[in-house]
Design a protein around this ligand. Structure first.
Ligand SMILES: Nc1ncnc2c1ncn2[C@@H]1O[C@H](COP(=O)(O)OP(=O)(O)OP(=O)(O)O)[C@@H](O)[C@H]1O
Length: 459
């Protein structure tokens, strides 16, 4: 029996004085339930009262009060969404939650999970968590877009744990697809941390765990949640070595990366995974840092009664990062500008994003020559080399060169921590400047007016 059933049983036929107790109902967050009971004809004025004043009169009066209260409630919900820049599209969207403890009473969150949350120092949900958690807890299919570092992992982990309730030898019931092994491990860690004391079997499908027999696909009845990269998953599916027919929740994390150019094969992989998750009860959620039109289009075609949630502006830069655009004239000017920033003093570490491996190598040698403590991360380096690239945040001048796209700059502003991002541009970059300046402006950082006035490019 859920909270509404209980409320319905207790309150059936009762009189509710909206004038006197309306505020209390708001305070105790039962307004939605009252309004549902009223619409379903369960909540009335008492029969004696109805008789003495005539049924119609009583009903009409209460209906007006209810409408007014519903209106007030909707206003409050809108205020919360506006304040946290939560944009939703879809029908019958549940209200956002403002505290994790609301999930106990309204959505049956396991108290031990709540305890694990607060032990980890997580007390207030982030905007994406406020809206995506209730949606998934209602079993709604979802496309959730929120900036990097905004807590998307927790936004899907909590509903998965709530949905599964407790460990069961029924096969894999929740599947998370992550684009990289690193992200898969991060999600694995989060799920293990949250489910401590509840006993869920959370497994990661990678070479290491399979070699160590931590996860054996043929005996997947002993697994509740599986996390995997798409390649490995599809490889096993092709060999008929994995049964996904018991999956009830499929989450695709960082879906924009999986759809990036050059990875169009992923769409076929995803289709294969969707097909393998053959249970009629399966629900799907896609999470992503940016709201790419092709991902949105794909979701509209493939998901059922889709709700999309966007936090902030689409493709926006993170607000905790102070963004700056700096004109450096030519390519050589970039090196001079980096040197200048370092000489003026800054709080290490610093990440420098460049466009190619060659460029990273070039800059690396220049900075080493200057006596700067610098390391480099790129795809050609081995996993060990990349892992060994550690950055002590002492007074030593640390620089890491990395190859990423512009918006990943947001990674410096994770979970509310602040950072500074400087984008160098040359004469050649001018055609792209208007779009970048607009993104930075949306994040609330100043940009010279002439930049946003540049001509729009269409492609
Ligand atoms: N409600 C919260 N309160 C405080 N910190 C939180 C909260 N939710 C998540 N975090 C922390 O914020 C950090 C970033 O979260 P997370 O990695 O889930 O972000 P993300 O949106 O998935 O980012 P990315 O797109 O880079 O993967 C983590 O260290 C996480 O523990």
């Amino acid at each position: 029996m859920d909270a509404f059933d209980l409320f319905r049983k207790l309150g059936a036929g009762a009189k509710f004085d909206f004038k006197r107790f309306g505020k209390d109902a708001e305070r105790f967050k039962v307004m939605q339930m009252l309004s549902r009971m009223f619409t379903e004809g369960i909540l009335w004025t008492s029969s004696a009262d109805r008789k003495s004043r005539g049924l119609k009169e009583g009903r009409d009066r209460d209906k007006t009060s209810m409408k007014r209260l519903q209106h007030l409630h909707q206003e409050k919900v809108n205020r919360v969404r506006t304040q946290h820049r939560i944009n939703v599209h879809g029908c019958d969207v549940p209200d956002p939650v403002c505290t994790f403890s609301e999930l106990l009473s309204e959505y049956d969150l396991n108290p031990r999970v709540l305890q694990n949350l607060s032990a980890a120092g997580l007390t207030v949900p982030t905007p994406i968590q406020m809206q995506a958690i209730p949606l998934m807890m209602h079993g709604r299919e979802l496309l959730a877009c929120a900036p990097t570092g905004s807590g998307k992992t927790l936004a899907f982990c909590l509903p998965l744990l709530t949905h599964l309730k407790q460990p069961a030898n029924l096969g894999i019931r929740a599947l998370v697809i992550s684009p990289t092994r690193e992200l898969a491990s991060q999600t694995h860690r989060e799920l293990v941390r949250l489910s401590e004391g509840v006993g869920f079997r959370v497994h990661i499908l990678d070479k290491a765990s399979m070699a160590a027999k931590k996860y054996v696909p043929s005996s997947n009845k002993k697994s509740d949640i599986l996390i995997s990269t798409p390649n490995r998953l599809v490889y096993l599916l092709k060999q008929d070595a994995l049964d996904l027919s018991s999956v009830e929740w499929l989450v695709v994390d960082e879906s924009d990366k999986l759809f990036e150019d050059g990875r169009s094969g992923f769409r076929d992989q995803l289709a294969a995974v969707f097909q393998a998750c053959s249970s009629p009860r399966v629900r799907r959620a896609l999470y992503s840092a940016t709201c790419a039109p092709d991902v949105e289009q794909w979701c509209r075609l493939n998901l059922d009664n889709l709700v999309s949630v966007n936090i902030g502006h689409r493709n926006s830069a993170v607000e905790t990062v102070e963004q700056e655009l700096l004109f450096v004239g030519t390519e050589n000017g970039k090196l001079l500008a980096v040197r200048d920033i370092i000489k003026k003093g800054f709080l290490p570490p610093m990440l420098v994003f460049v466009q190619s491996i060659d460029r990273a190598r070039e800059l690396f040698h220049e900075l080493v020559y200057e006596g700067i403590n610098v390391d480099i991360i790129h795809a050609d380096r081995t996993q060990q080399q990349a892992r060994a690239c550690k950055l002590p945040t002492s007074s030593v001048c640390n620089v890491v060169l990395s190859i990423f796209v512009y918006l990943i700059l947001g990674r410096t502003g994770r979970a509310g921590r602040t950072g500074r991002a400087v984008t160098f541009f040359t004469e050649e970059d001018k055609p792209l400047l208007r779009s970048i300046a607009n993104v930075i402006k949306q994040a609330g950082c100043p940009v010279p007016g002439y930049m946003v006035g540049f001509k729009k490019i269409h492609r």
